[in-house]
Write a protein that binds this ligand. Structure first.
Ligand code: 5GP
Length: 182
């Protein structure tokens, strides 16, 4: 068991959310709930998937130093509330952040001991397919996310570990292994 902070990054549509949720369900890991100014998708609940905030609320939280890291992604703000992560780590628990590349870089600068994991799609075509299949974005939003995804994939070499998400179960157990959970 290696308690500590792990960052899971990777392009939109790669399956980070699903992988992170399964690891947190099966292992004693605190999964951070991010704050965002993005409107909820159908089925998303406040306090479960995200803490949904207005831009004014979000900016006030940043000013107060309440965000461990934050970034603007595809026109919306996303950030990690600092206190719950600090509390989990202080209690000797492992904590997992599912965040974008800019956020991962901030964590690397502030907390270089954190394990940085990058989740890669099996292929570019597969990532495009998954984003389209999700059906939660307009064509224009998808194009923005695919452009961001190209920049994210190009930065994979910055990470301690790169996992290819070919098969969900395999990826979940690989992430648990690198986090020292099994
Ligand atoms: P989505 O809108 O698809 O839920 O998330 C868009 C992107 O924002 C994803 O790459 C996701 O990992 C990232 N993201 C989610 N929460 C956070 C956060 O707290 N901080 C940062 N920097 N990125 C986040």
């Amino acid at each position: 068991m290696r308690p500590g902070l792990t960052v899971l990054a990777g392009p939109s549509g790669v399956g980070k959310g699903t992988v992170a949720a399964l690891v947190a369900e099966r292992y004693p890991v605190f999964l951070s709930v991010s704050a965002t100014t993005r409107p909820p998708r159908p089925g998303e609940a406040d306090g479960v998937n995200y803490l949904f905030m207005t831009r004014t609320q979000f900016e006030a939280a940043v000013r107060c130093g309440d965000m461990l890291e934050w970034a603007e992604y595809a026109g919306n703000l996303y950030g990690t509330p600092r206190a719950p992560v600090q509390d989990a780590l202080a209690q000797g628990r492992s904590a997992l952040l599912e965040i974008d590349l800019a956020g991962a870089r901030q964590v690397r600068a502030a907390l270089p001991e954190a394990l940085q994991v990058f989740l890669m799609p099996p292929s570019w075509a597969e990532l495009e397919r998954r984003l389209a299949e999700r059906g939660t974005e307009t064509e224009r939003q998808r194009a923005t996310r695919l452009a961001a995804a190209r920049a994210e994939v190009a930065a994979a070499g910055e990470f301690d570990v790169v996992l290819v998400n070919r098969d969900l179960e395999t990826t979940v157990s690989e992430l648990a292994t690198v986090m020292g959970l099994d």
